[in-house]
Write a protein that binds this ligand. Sequence first.
Ligand code: SAH
Ligand code: SF4
Length: 340
Amino acid sequence: MVSLKNLTYTELERFVLERGWQRYRAYQLAAWLYKHLPDSFDDFTNLPKGVRKWLGERFLLYSLEVVERQISTDGTQKFLFRTKDGNFVESVLIPDKDRLTLCISTQVGCRMGCRFCLTGNQGFKRNLSCAEIVDQILVVQKHIPERLTNIVIMGMGEPLDNYENTLKAISIITDPRCIALSYRKVTLSTVGLIPQLERLLAQGPKVTLSVSLNAPNPSKRAEIMPVERGYPIKRVISLLSRYCKRWRKPPTFEYVLLRGFNDSLEDAAELADLLKGIRCKINLIPFNPWEGSSFERPLEEDVLAFQEYLIERNFSVFVRKSRGRDILAACGQLRWKYQR
Ligand code: SAH
Ligand code: SF4
């Protein structure tokens, strides 16, 4: 069975009109699918009974099922979902002061093979459908009383490697008739696949962008991120500076600090040179270890020295708190091979 959540609002409208129904039915359907979080098509009470039955026989209401929910000592929660074809994906819920952020996945696994990332080391299985991306949000929202305020597309997978489905999902997340979050509350993190990134940027601000930089120079980056060989970071940076000049929210660069590899003050100096003159924010992420990883977490004092150096060079720099490490829910600790 297929899901109506694979359709953007415009496509949903076309679907409705093609059936000879009135246009406002699309509005009603979207409200049920994305706002009221019903349990079955029988709940769609403002639709005729026959229509409800017809929909129920043909379409899936939720494409994911929660199989495990873990709660960290710091309040972070990890949801493990099973897809209809028996794959597993994870989302992470991060409460923080006045924000409630959900980190969602776009692929089962990832093809980018970054050496420090558990998902990347497990290989690639398949892309998630648009419905599977969106359902992570809806199913989690069904399980919690508070409203989600932010979405970060930073879970498993490289979102721009699943371009069509990810962009459709973003359209549903930000459409006022669907999930209705402002695009400023939706962040997409990418390694910078240049053709897709350019396509995305050319459309104007659809999301807040975050680019995974992770190394102070191209040759070090190539050692830990194979993607550097095809899509050099310097080209990614010039693309961003060309397009994002007038964006309300400048892009972020993420930098995973790996002890003894890219966490020295010389590395910080090189990084500052690489990003000189670029309007951006820098997020430092101390490496989160996983079983079998060949890197180590940096020392706290090195992280602070790294940050201070960059602040002195006039960058706005934040250290990402690694939330949910005890339940393997922190950045780079998500996995799709599920063992009990
Ligand atoms: N594929 C996208 C989004 C998912 S990864 C991307 O790479 O941007 C999200 C972030 O987690 C990236 O910035 C990545 O560099 C970081 N990350 C991956 N593994 C990590 C680890 N073990 N510890 C800390 N951060 C990690
Ligand atoms: Fe994929 Fe991102 Fe992990 Fe790299 S860091 S392997 S792109 S999920």
